[in-house]
Design a protein. Structure first.
Length: 179
């Protein structure tokens, strides 16, 4: 930080988000207590833009859509994206494409410090892992890590669906676009 004093609620928010991220990566040894975790969307610190993403899959992977929403510290929508994705049969792959769209949007907008949130519990650890990923999303995870190095600060976090409702609401109707 730049020597500014932070509001206590901002410190608590940041700490709780890092805890959620840690727990999602170490869930084998941890018992989840839903009363402690964040259950609603919270705005980012002033220097950050928060981007939520979601990939929606319907009809056994036949209808796929991506939803992205970027918001500032006061919760205002700075940008959004909703698009249909061609059939690929893998919902995690659609989530990975949505995560890459988030990073590309942030680069296009020239935002320097971002927080990226998604509700795919398997994808966020793959993006955060520095090791090789030989899964179907591996090349996209690698691309996301490479692109994210262009930011001053870039944080990836797993959140519950209840914290990701706007991105999901954008992804769901996108499945039917451009038929």
């Amino acid at each position: 930080m730049t020597g500014r004093r932070l509001d206590l609620s901002q410190v608590v928010y940041f700490a709780s988000q890092y805890l959620v991220s840690f727990l999602s990566q170490n869930s084998d040894d941890v018992v989840w207590d839903d009363s402690v975790s964040v259950a609603r969307w919270l705005p980012p610190l002033l220097e950050y833009v928060k981007l939520n993403f979601d990939g929606a899959c319907f009809w056994e992977g036949q209808e796929l859509g991506v939803g992205v929403c970027a918001r500032g510290a006061s919760g205002e929508c700075l940008a959004w994206l909703a698009k249909r994705v061609d059939r690929m049969g893998n919902c995690e792959l659609v989530e990975a494409l949505a995560a890459r769209d988030v990073v590309l949007l942030a680069l296009h907008k020239r935002w320097r410090s971002i927080i990226v949130e998604g509700d795919c519990a398997t994808l966020i650890p793959k993006i955060l892992s520095p090791g090789d990923d030989y899964s179907v999303v591996g090349p996209i995870s690698l691309d996301i890590r490479s692109l994210s190095s262009r930011f001053h600060a870039c944080v990836f976090q797993f959140v519950k669906r209840s914290c990701n409702t706007i991105a999901h609401a954008l992804a769901k109707p996108a499945c039917g676009f451009c038929r």
